[in-house]
Design a protein around this ligand. Structure first.
Ligand code: B1M
Length: 211
């Protein structure tokens, strides 16, 4: 079995320790970090997601897979985040109120940092007020909201409303994303940008801050 398949299998089984052992080996073999992320970790998480949808696995299994995923992405971070240097701007990122999914959000943060942005990670279940505080108190220029549930997606709109009510909407850019989010939804709530994945989010962030 190839090492990528071994990572994929360990990931699906939620074996974080094994994932952490295999990733450095794969890197040593010269496999690019992006390939390990896509084929080893993200593909495995899609399989877990499909099984979850079909009631073949349940929350505990998904949770251990998520832990393995976060452990794996942490190891890949130095290889994915390459640009560094002087800060290109300040962003905050969080998963919106009511939503505890953080894997995608963490990947987006990692890619933004890789593009040289300073990023304040507000975590999960972040209220509109917390996003607003980051803008008012931390000098944030870009607000990034992630949502994975159709039920929490509308809370992105609350973030924009809070920025408007406080009179700071025009001084920041707002980006939204996450599996259920669409470009139409982003436009309907008045976000500045929607991107479908972490890499395009990072490119868009640089573009928005430069503009
Ligand atoms: Co949940 N869950 N979950 N879950 N979970 C989904 C999202 C679901 C689609 C599964 C399913 O039914 N097939 C479903 C949502 C259905 C819906 O709303 N339509 C669901 C559900 C129902 C639930 C619970 C309600 C289950 C329950 O309790 N009965 C519950 C809700 C808890 C809560 O949030 N309040 C729940 C709980 C959990 C766990 C805690 C067990 C765990 C999360 C652990 C964690 O994150 N630390 C979990 C997981 C892991 C999933 C699945 C399996 C995987 C999500 C994931 O991490 N994907 C998911 C099924 C699936 O997606 N196939 C599912 C990998 C990740 C890299 O992708 O987050 O999409 P994603 O991020 C991508 C892009 O979307 C984008 O870039 C990322 C990388 O390229 N992106 C952005 C994300 N944010 C962005 C922001 C941007 C730009 C791009 O700009 C700012």
């Amino acid at each position: 079995m190839s090492i990528i398949n071994e990572i994929n299998e360990a990931m699906q089984k939620g074996k974080a320790k094994q994932v952490k052992q295999l990733i450095p080996q794969a890197l040593e073999e010269g496999i690019p970090a992006q390939q390990i992320l896509n084929e080893g970790l993200l593909d495995a998480m899609s399989v877990v997601g499909e099984k979850f949808k079909n009631n073949e696995v349940f929350v505990p299994e998904v949770l251990v897979a998520a832990r393995a995923m976060n452990a794996g992405t942490a190891l890949l971070k130095p290889y994915l985040s390459s640009e560094g240097g002087e800060s290109k701007g300040k962003a905050c990122i969080g998963t919106v109120e009511g939503d505890l999914h953080d894997i995608g959000k963490n990947l987006v943060r990692m890619m933004l940092e890789g593009k040289g942005l300073e990023v304040i990670d507000l975590g999960v279940d972040v209220t509109a007020e917390k996003f607003l505080e980051a803008v008012q108190n931390e000098g944030v220029q870009l607000v990034c909201c992630s949502a994975l549930l159709t039920t929490t997606m509308p809370n992105m709109s609350k973030v924009i409303d809070a920025l408007k009510a406080a009179g700071v909407r025009d001084s920041v850019k707002v980006m939204v994303g996450g599996a259920p989010v669409t470009p139409e939804f982003a436009e309907s709530i008045g976000a500045d940008a929607y991107t479908p994945d972490a890499a395009s989010a990072a490119n868009k962030a640089v573009e928005l801050l430069a503009g």
